[in-house]
Write a new protein. Structure first.
Length: 238
């Protein structure tokens, strides 16, 4: 019987053949789950098919581990199977599927992720939002902007960061509006995003937010000053 110590030795010496055999034949679900994580740790690109097969495993922690590892390996062959996994019954699995799709960066995932934004789990929704930011497709901007009307401030904070990565006109308008958000974290993230985009047309809104702040949030004011300075210096250099 394979022990965890055996697995650590296989990992150390990158015994991929031994790991794959264990993944396929071990009767111990925990051991197989551990193997699925290790294959991602060592970026074993030649085991992508075996990890994809694990996405149908009856034991959901194995599906979760395999999804994470496929995201770490970043082979686009896994994209169709990971898209299907967005409908898994366990939110932990759906969360890792979203994370993996964002890490791989394949545009085929954009529309399925947008459709999955209706997911009732906050954890999953945050990963979906982050994945759309990483994918950087403007088709997501409208859908991300709608999330800014939701109650959870952490979700809104994550959303403005993703909008900053996309940076189109829809994103810019939503980020400017978010400078007035009731949560200082959302306002700070929106400010950072606007600074990163660097559109000089947003300077007036940033300055207005700074003048209106009146010492309410030191961190917000620092972020505003840095964003304004960054945008001005960037446009001078151009």
């Amino acid at each position: 019987m394979i022990s965890r110590n055996d697995l650590e030795k296989m990992k150390k010496y990158q015994d991929i053949a031994g790991l794959i055999t264990t993944l396929k034949t071990s009767a111990d679900k925990k051991i197989r789950e551990k193997v699925a994580y290790i294959l991602g740790d060592i970026r074993a690109d030649n085991c992508v098919d075996d990890l994809i097969n694990c996405l149908d495993d009856d034991y959901w922690p194995i599906r979760k581990a395999a999804a994470l590892s496929l995201g770490r390996i970043r082979n686009p062959e896994a994209v169709p199977a990971l898209i299907e996994l967005l409908n898994d019954e366990y939110w932990h699995v759906r969360e890792n599927a979203a994370l993996a799709l964002g890490a791989i960066g394949d545009k085929r995932a954009v529309i399925p992720i947008i459709k999955a934004l209706k997911d009732g789990s906050l954890n999953v929704k945050c990963e979906l939002v982050e994945a759309l930011g990483n994918l950087g497709d403007t088709k997501a901007s409208k859908h991300l902007s709608e999330i800014l009307g939701e109650d959870d401030f952490l979700l809104r904070a994550c959303t403005v960061t993703s909008l900053g990565k996309i940076g189109d006109d829809v994103a810019l308008k939503s980020l400017v509006r978010s400078l007035q958000d009731e949560s200082y974290l959302v306002r700070v993230n929106a400010t950072h995003a606007l600074g990163t985009i660097g559109d000089e047309n947003t300077i007036a809104y940033l300055e207005e937010a700074l003048n209106s702040s009146k010492g309410e949030s030191h961190e917000f004011e620092i972020a505003l000053k840095k964003a304004i300075e960054h945008i001005k210096s960037r446009n001078k250099s151009e």
